[in-house]
Design a protein around this ligand. Structure first.
Ligand code: NAP
Length: 326
């Protein structure tokens, strides 16, 4: 298959490039000139430049377009709703318009389209986003649905290693545990996380089965952020003494977050004929694969690592809550 991935140096994008690039002809698009520790070719392009985007699409002629690029900073979106609309809704329209008519569009969406009032949201449950990020991602879903193109919308929540440019929740957590830095994790925020390294194979199976519409892909276990941190500490033999249990309401945040963003992934499991992955399986794979990212990252991201170090030094004495972007 000829697969084009937008946001290819992002958290999910780089896993897609690595894994799907093993068996397919793959092309990534991202706007950042640095940090591409994966296989496959890529083009540097800001997706808002529709002329350049159309040119790339015409030349590559993808059969599948996986649109992961978005603005995922929840508080940032709340502060700058116009920018959020441009990056999450308008960008999706530009990608759809530029894609070949016969190409299938895979749009990566979020559990934040739900109000988070009940566990294990199903695809058929009513959406009601509580914040700008969720609203603009939902608007992106509608763009894809109205386009009349063959499409698959995947709502998910994943964790993993970054390409070294922006620190992920998983990286922030393991680093804090290793350094015994004081952090707090929420006991009343529930999710069903999956290791991002497990996503590409699932997406490929869904493609082979020609799944259409909306599917949820999450992990099997619904846990709080605090429980997630405890399990990661246990599996990596680290102490959890620096981790304080906190409630969501105790922390100031610009955007309201839904309290329960756990997903029911039964529909995807039935299509794939596979059970979903347990949290222990996901976390073990996350820990095992660290060296792959550190090796590739160290070749080209010294400046970014230094940046992380500087950032961490500043924060060392403060108790920080939650991940850099979530
Ligand atoms: N992370 C999660 O747990 C999670 C949960 C639910 C849904 N999702 C969805 O999954 C998708 C991928 O998330 P992620 O965590 O992998 O995000 P990410 O790490 O921020 O990656 C997104 C990538 O897209 C790039 N990008 C954004 N705007 C662009 C533009 N105009 N032109 C070219 N590139 C652009 C970003 O570049 P910059 O870094 O320069 O912005 C970044 O490299 C998103 O659609 C998100 O809504 C993520």
């Amino acid at each position: 298959m000829r697969i084009l991935v937008t946001g290819s140096s992002g958290l999910l994008g780089q896993y897609l490039m690595r894994r799907l690039g093993e068996r397919n002809v793959i092309l990534g698009i991202d706007r950042n000139p640095r940090s591409f520790p994966f296989r496959g070719k890529w083009e540097q392009c800001d997706l808002r430049d529709s002329q350049q985007l159309c040119k790339i699409m015409r030349k590559f002629d993808p059969q599948v377009v996986i649109h992961t690029a978005a603005w995922v900073d929840v508080d940032g979106c709340q502060k700058h709703p116009e920018k959020a609309k441009e990056n999450n809704e308008t960008l999706t329209q530009l990608v759809v318009n530029a894609s070949p008519k016969k190409a299938k569009i895979i749009y990566i969406s979020t559990e934040q389209v739900f109000p988070g009032k009940k566990p294990y949201a199903k695809e058929s449950d009513p959406t009601r986003p509580l914040n700008v990020y969720g609203r603009t991602k939902l608007a992106g879903e509608k763009v894809v649905q109205k386009s009349g193109r063959r499409h698959l919308i995947i709502r998910t929540n994943f964790f993993g290693w970054s390409s070294g440019r922006k620190k992920t929740f998983g990286e922030w957590l393991i680093q804090s545990l290793r350094e015994e830095r004081p952090i707090c994790l929420f006991t009343d925020f529930y999710f069903t996380p999956i290791y991002a390294g497990l996503m590409p194979d699932q997406i490929e199976i869904l493609l082979k089965k020609d799944a259409q519409g909306i599917v949820h892909i999450g992990g099997k276990d619904r846990v709080s952020k605090y429980e997630f941190g405890k399990r990661l500490a246990q599996l990596s033999g680290l102490s959890i003494s620096g981790v304080k249990a906190a409630r969501m309401g105790s922390v100031d945040a610009l955007a309201i977050r839904p309290k329960d963003i756990s997903l029911n992934s039964c529909k995807a499991q039935a299509i794939m004929r596979r059970p979903s992955f347990s949290l222990t399986y996901s976390l073990k794979k996350f820990l095992r694969e660290e060296k792959n990212f550190r090796q590739s990252g160290s070749q080209k991201t010294r400046t970014t690592k230094d940046h992380f170090k500087r950032e961490d030094k500043k924060k060392k004495t403060k108790t920080s809550c939650n991940s850099p972007k979530k």
